[in-house]
Design a protein around this ligand. Structure first.
Ligand SMILES: Nc1ncnc2c1ncn2[C@@H]1O[C@H](COP(=O)(O)OP(=O)(O)OP(=O)(O)O)[C@@H](O)[C@H]1O
Length: 355
């Protein structure tokens, strides 16, 4: 049985549909990231699972329990899950230990057992010995750890996290990513993690739900999203993939297809069910392109922009005869080409976007 089963969930605010037929099947212990541009409905999805919003239609089942169905709404406090918000929501007048302990107290657990649980939770999030401090005396990262410990102490089977790192600086975020991985490993809980940061999602999640305008565009592993985007939106969204037109798509039914890319016949990866088509689009990442010698097979492009990224340069290339198109190429060479220079490129990999 799945940990979470969401079937055809719809939710509108007034006239605006915010969740459109969202269906997801999430397994026990999975770390799921929900990724998408601002306003695509991520938080609404989380709030609907938590019970803070009532869906217009569709069902949510967690384990064996129905949380939402037409005419049926389990109140938030009866849902067996824990939510970690972006703003931590710690009680300022309580110490760190009291913040963490509170939910156990409400459940009527005795003092000795509470102490053991709180110490274990503090230890797990790396806040050993900080139990007596007030939240105001902690850094942003430490406060987020308290919020995590508070969630962990109840040993939830399902944890919903709404952009928990959004308020932290880039270094702290990286440190906390490690913390989340450890947390997930130890807690063994199913995690649903909302973020608009694809690098965070790729680094943390077993599978990622990519949403746009209330719809699930693809639900897959980070590797699949990168290598086999299901549509143009996912192709562009993940790691700045470039969508490029191609002609004469001739699939072999074995996971490859010949296509005409800038006048050149090349063999790229394709779905096993890819049909023969006179034209289509492919996804090219920077790592799919290679600079080649001028007399080697390839296509010409003009360097439009050179961005130094520390140790390598990112080149923005305009393929000759296609001024609408921009390709990216990374070059580790200390002497990158100049803007306006003409270079030759070959596609060493690429994915035919399913029609
Ligand atoms: N209570 C509400 N009443 C009316 N509209 C709402 C309400 N909550 C959310 N919305 C709208 O629903 C849409 C989706 O919002 P939601 O917060 O779910 O998106 P999101 O993907 O989490 O965005 P962000 O990444 O910016 O947090 C937005 O257009 C938002 O303005």
């Amino acid at each position: 049985m799945s940990a979470i089963l969401i079937d055809n969930l719809c939710k509108s605010f007034g006239q605006q549909p915010v969740l459109r037929n969202v269906s997801l099947q999430i397994e026990h212990g999975e770390f799921i990231a929900v990724l998408g541009p601002s306003g695509c409905g991520k938080t609404t999805l989380l709030r609907t699972i938590a019970g803070f919003e009532i869906p217009d239609s569709g069902t949510i089942t967690v384990g064996e329990r129905c949380y939402s169905a037409p005419g049926q709404h389990l109140p938030p406090e009866q849902r067996e899950l824990s939510v970690v918000f972006q703003n931590y929501a710690l009680w300022p007048h309580m110490s760190v230990a009291e913040n963490i302990e509170y939910s156990l107290k409400v459940k009527g657990m005795d003092r000795a057992n509470r102490r053991i649980r709180v110490d274990a939770a503090l230890d797990l999030v790396g806040l050993d010995g900080m139990g007596e401090r007030r939240p105001a005396d902690l850094s942003g990262g430490q406060r987020q750890r308290v919020a995590l410990a508070r969630c962990l102490v109840t040993r939830p089977q399902l944890v919903l996290l709404d952009e928990p790192l959004a308020n932290l600086d880039v270094h702290l975020r990286a440190a906390m990513e490690e913390e989340f991985t450890r947390f997930h490993h130890h807690a063994g809980a199913t995690l649903l993690y909302i973020t608009h940061d694809q690098h965070e999602a790729m680094a943390l999640a077993d599978r990622i739900v990519v949403m746009q305008a209330g719809q699930v565009m693809q639900f897959a592993t980070p590797q699949e999203l990168y290598r086999q985007p299901a549509c143009e939106m996912v192709a562009r969204f993940i790691d700045d993939g470039r969508v490029v037109p191609v002609g004469d798509i001739e699939p072999d039914g074995q996971g490859s297809a010949w296509v005409t890319l800038f006048g050149l016949r090349v063999k790229l990866r394709a779905s096993h069910t890819q049909p023969v088509l006179p034209k289509g689009k492919i996804c090219l990442h920077a790592s799919d392109l290679q600079r080649v010698a001028h007399d080697a097979p390839g296509f010409d492009g003009e360097v439009r922009r050179v961005i130094y990224r520390g140790g390598y340069s990112q080149l923005e290339i305009e393929p000759l005869g296609d001024p609408q198109c921009r390709l990216t190429l990374m070059q580790s060479d200390a002497a990158p080409p100049r803007i306006g220079e003409r270079i030759k490129l070959a596609a060493t990999d690429g994915w035919v976007i399913p029609h």
